[in-house]
Design a protein around this ligand. Structure first.
Ligand code: FAD
Length: 330
């Protein structure tokens, strides 16, 4: 029987929603592969709870490495461990899946190198033909969808775009067998050390956000983000930005959406004061509903938007905020 491994991305013992979405996609893939076993790979420190949780989201088994060297994410100890587990596995997985989160992308690129296989990044659809997994992924900054297959190389190492697959409903109380494994590297074999973390702007993470309110050069300065943040607060949304606003130093880079920033796929993306350059679109065009607010009726963002408001964001955003507050009873 085929095996599928799923890397569970977690931060300080809390799994990212994208990890469970990936597990859900793995279960569907397992059925398409004729009944494969899905094993969650849980790496970190104090993460046994995540391994247990993985069963509720569909894992048949879990491999757990709970070790101080894995407390902070560093690509080498994580990728070396995945490669070691693969090489030592009696039943090697056909497919290794992970979420295309910042850590997932990092570790899968490196693990693929260590395994001498190819990595297919940012999958938004999976299909099986003759035992091979065909991955649909955005190409040309999201303008086209391409289908990619690793024809000969095994394992097939694939990351999946967050929010492109549904998160399964947890099955409360479902359990399974946890296999504990040792780390691949000792602390003195690891060349980097995490010195600390900077607090991200905004309360909601861009990657997981169901709603994003973004601002661009049109906000005119750092204080121009106030109405963007106010509306985001009301909607429980994350704050996004164009590169122009980030380059101007008005908002941190971690808020940037686009080709050289985050790729996001929320249910609702509100772009205010953003022209809609192709590089910005590359990061947000798969959003389910796009609303654009721009005072230039010719701005390219309107071609992408389902709803467009031609007007001044400093009038439209506060008006939307008042109306949403009223309707949401805030
Ligand atoms: P502008 O294009 O200047 O647009 C500002 C808009 O605000 C205008 O449409 C204007 O009409 C409108 N406006 C002004 N005042 C108001 C107001 N009061 N009310 C309403 N609307 C108003 N960009 C990204 O965003 N993300 C990326 O990851 C990215 N990566 C890049 C990578 C490369 C290699 C390159 C070359 C570029 C990249 N860019 C990226 C930059 C991109 O090409 C654009 O320059 C950038 O997206 C423009 O940002 P903007 O829309 O905020 O600014």
């Amino acid at each position: 029987m085929a095996n599928i491994w799923v890397f569970i991305d977690q931060f300080k013992g809390a799994a990212l929603a994208a990890s469970w979405e990936t597990l859900g996609a793995a279960k569907k893939l397992a059925a398409d592969l004729g009944g494969a076993t899905v094993t969650a790979l849980v790496l970190g420190q104090n993460v046994e709870g995540v391994a247990k949780e993985s069963f509720e989201y569909g894992a048949d088994a879990a491999m757990l490495c709970d070790d101080a060297t894995l407390a902070d994410f560093r690509v080498r100890p994580y990728s070396a461990l995945i490669a070691k587990l693969y090489k030592e596995a009696a039943q090697k997985p056909e497919v290794i899946l992970g979420p295309a989160t910042t850590r997932g992308r990092d570790v899968f690129g490196m693990a693929a190198v260590e395994l001498g296989t190819s990595a297919i990044a940012d999958g938004a659809g999976l299909n099986v033909k003759d035992g091979a997994v065909y991955v649909t992924r955005p190409a040309y900054a999201g303008k086209l969808l391409s289908t990619v297959v690793a024809k000969t190389r095994r394992p097939q190492v694939i990351t999946l775009r967050p929010r492109a697959f549904p998160k399964p409903e947890p099955m409360a109380g479902k359990t399974g067998a946890i296999t504990r494994v040792d780390p691949a590297l000792k602390e003195d074999e690891i060349r980097t050390k995490v010195m600390g973390y900077a607090i991200d702007e905004g309360k909601v993470s861009l990657a997981d956000a169901k709603i994003i309110v973004s601002g661009g050069r049109g906000v005119g300065g750092p204080e121009g983000f106030a109405p963007v943040r106010d509306l985001a607060e009301t909607l429980g949304a994350a704050v996004g930005a164009s590169r122009a606003a980030v380059d101007a130093g008005w908002i941190p880079y971690s808020n940037q959406v686009g080709q050289t920033g985050r790729t996001v796929s929320p249910d609702l993306y509100i772009a205010s004061g953003i022209s809609g350059a192709i590089q910005h679109q590359a990061g947000m065009r798969t959003s389910k509903l796009i609303v654009a607010i721009n005072k230039d009726a010719e701005a390219p963002i309107f071609k992408l938007a389902r709803y467009g408001v031609v007007g001044d964001l400093f009038k439209i955003l506060p008006a939307l905020n008042v109306e949403f507050k009223k309707r949401l009873g805030k």
